[in-house]
Design a protein around this ligand. Structure first.
Ligand code: SAM
Length: 292
């Protein structure tokens, strides 16, 4: 069917093309200026920022120790198991009759190795001891997080939240194979119900991975509430900051919050550093790590 200029279809398709061109221009700029951005960032001597940049460089250059490679290999094996898992998952909790199999959910929603590996280094090298994740899914990001935490501590806390109870069970089983049950909680239920309980009862998160419910209002609300539950130095990681216009707006709002010291736009992820001992505010950087 030919598209007529002025029709809705024509406008949507034109906007999509413009948005794709903008995406590639922004990524290209960040790729070309990569070294220069890293040099600029190195001029700031904030330890959390330095650690975050070192983690990004480690993943960019794939400079992994043998022990890290072994861990990543074991997670690859879990990924293979998931690709073969045909268990049916019901979306009833979201008031939907839809059903999917685990392997479909894994392919659609789980973090890819590069982002999982970055999460692993952020957690390990920042010595994160109390972490909140919004968005457990099939436990892929959680496995990177737990492997990283257990290298630094015998006792620690990883809290992760998920609506689909069968995915909570699946992740729970996987996590038990990595560490003691005392070190993690998989909170089952809709965020509308479970998030207020977390805010009421938990404090001192030093890393927060916001990867569920990718809409503007909830994302901003999670951030505003979680600022009260973080430790004096914290790293926030937001997934899919360029996934939609709404998410772009949410990211632009969040990164200019008066508490934020540094923000790093990795196109897919947005990382914020809040360090109460740091005077510099709202310094924003953009770096290219991966297209996917
Ligand atoms: C993108 S996935 C998380 C991926 C995972 N963090 C990873 O990196 O492998 C987001 C998850 O959030 C859950 N979710 C989305 N909105 C929710 C809500 N309002 N309440 C509870 N769970 C929700 C979905 O069921 C989905 O499993």
């Amino acid at each position: 069917m030919a598209m007529k200029p002025g029709s809705n279809h024509y406008t949507r398709s034109k906007n999509n093309t413009i948005s794709k061109i903008n995406k590639h221009l922004q990524i290209m700029k960040n790729r070309v200026l990569f070294k220069s951005y890293i040099n600029q960032i190195s001029a700031y001597d904030n330890p959390v920022l330095t650690q975050v940049i070192n983690s990004i460089l480690k993943v960019k250059n794939k400079s992994y120790a043998i022990s890290d490679q072994h861990i990543f290999k074991s997670i690859e094996n879990y990924r293979k198991e998931l690709t073969l898992n045909t268990k049916t998952i019901s979306y009833e909790i979201f008031n939907s009759n839809a059903k999917s199999q685990v392997h479909e959910i894994y392919r659609l929603a789980a973090s890819s190795p590069i982002w999982g590996e970055l999460l692993y280094f952020l957690v390990r090298d920042n010595q994160s001891k109390k972490i909140l994740e919004i968005g457990t899914n099939v436990g892929i990001s959680g496995t990177y997080i737990l492997h990283a935490m257990k290298q630094n501590f015998e006792h620690f806390k990883f809290i992760t939240m998920e609506g689909l109870v069968q995915l909570c069970d699946l992740s729970n089983e996987k996590f038990k194979s990595i560490t003691s049950e005392h070190n993690f909680d998989v909170i089952s239920g809709l965020y509308e119900d479970t998030f207020p309980v977390i805010i009421e009862n938990e404090r001192d998160f030093d890393l927060l991975f916001i990867d569920g419910n990718h809409q503007k209002e909830p994302t901003i609300m999670y951030f505003n509430e979680l600022k009260k539950s973080m430790s004096s130095k914290a790293i926030f990681v937001f997934d899919d900051i360029n996934y939609s216009e709404e998410m772009k707006e949410a990211w632009n709002y969040i990164k200019t919050d008066e508490k934020v010291n540094f923000s790093i736009d990795l196109y897919k992820w947005g990382i914020l550093i809040i360090d109460e001992s740091e005077k510099i505010k709202n310094k924003a950087f953009g770096i290219h790590l991966s297209y996917h």
